[in-house]
Ligand binder design. Structure first.
Ligand code: PLP
Length: 341
């Protein structure tokens, strides 16, 4: 029975969903959304705050400041509230409303930037704002998730060994990349493991993280409008890019089976299922990482008007057809099963 006295002390480490019956490929999904911050970012936030405390960078009058599209902001809000620090999150218009409200409910201050940077994203604008703040007052402490080694070390110490413990025969691992903290922590861990693991990074079309062309991206979490400073591509075997429309269809396919995941999970699962189908990889042991759950996306990915405005009326048509096909199939299967019984 886990009993805790601070919210960051609990994280579900060993929950995997077998997705074979949903995506038609052998794929296990590691669920990272079951903690009080609701996402994998709790791990990076914990590691970075603890190391700043150890280094004497964080003092009682410090104000934590961080650029975040949401999940790290929520995790830092929670930790700051628990430890008595002030926290200011610099985010942008793509941050979900519920995520912003959540940070405020936890006592944080949220600043939303509105100007796009040169790569059609907001990251450059957010970081410029953080730098200005830090230059203006030395009480501000910027943990800098984009460059802080604690970000990838968290996953080297926790996420990767958690997967290794339950999948000793792992062949291929699919990891979405934002700051690349999860990707680099896992890739570095499996580089020295007892057997080779094919590391596949999954990114969104429109992200420039791996050198792609900049383009519109509306789903927060994955993708970057700059090259992630933590990324060392020599640890990555392959990169796949997923269109946002495919991300959305996959999110809805999972939701129709009762699994409500966040947008980046749709990206990773879509990329992984396509990769496994293309390689005819039925004998491989494959794991993908789901960074969060879907409730924070009810007014975006799971809202019809938002979808239609951005992606057109037909974005979910394939998904509706496959759901209908599945329903028909189930209907024709039922009498058969009854006859056997
Ligand atoms: C929902 C979601 N997915 C994926 C990621 C990417 O993780 P990382 O920054 O470790 O690359 C993030 C990071 O904030 C996220 O919030």
């Amino acid at each position: 029975m886990p009993v805790i006295s601070a919210p960051h002390e609990f994280n579900e480490e060993r929950l995997f969903v077998d997705l074979e019956s949903i995506v038609g490929q052998p794929l296990y999904l590691k669920c990272e959304g079951f903690n009080f911050a609701g996402s994998i970012k709790l791990k990076a936030a914990n590691e970075m705050v603890e190391s700043a405390e150890r280094d004497g960078v964080l003092r009682p009058d410090s104000v934590l400041v961080e650029s975040s599209s949401g999940n790290l902001g929520v995790a830092l809000s929670m930790i700051a509230a628990s430890k008595g620090y002030r926290f200011l999150c610099i985010t942008d218009a793509r941050c979900n409303l519920s995520t912003r409200l959540l940070m405020e409910a936890l006592g944080s201050q949220v600043h939303v930037v509105a100007d796009l940077d040169a790569n059609n994203g907001f990251l450059g604008t957010r970081i410029a704002y953080v730098r200005e703040l830090c230059a203006s007052d030395d009480r501000y402490v910027w943990l800098s998730q984009y460059t802080n080694p604690g970000n990838w070390r968290a996953h080297h110490r926790t996420t990767a060994p958690e997967i290794a413990a339950d999948f000793p025969q792992l062949d291929v691992l699919f990891v979405g990349a934002g700051t690349a903290g999860t990707l680099m922590g896992c890739a570095r861990y499996f580089r020295t493991w007892h057997r080779p693991v094919h590391i596949v990074a999954v990114d969104a079309v429109g992200s420039v993280a791996f050198g792609g062309e900049p383009g519109r991206r509306m789903i927060p979490g994955l993708g970057m409008s700059m090259r992630p400073p933590l990324l060392d591509e020599s640890y990555v075997d392959e990169v796949i890019l997923v269109e946002e429309a495919d991300t959305i269809r996959t999110c809805h396919r999972l939701a129709r089976r009762g699994f409500l995941f966040g947008g980046s999970t749709g990206t990773v699962v879509s990329g992984a299922a396509e990769w496994l189908a293309r390689h005819g990889a039925r004998d491989l042991t494959a794991v993908a990482i789901a960074p969060d759950l879907g409730e924070r996306y009810l007014d975006t990915i799971y809202q019809t008007n938002w979808l239609q405005d951005l992606y057109g009326d037909l974005v979910l048509d394939d998904e509706r057809m496959s759901t209908a096909a599945r329903t028909d199939e189930a209907a024709t299967r039922t009498p058969d099963r009854q006859r056997r019984a």
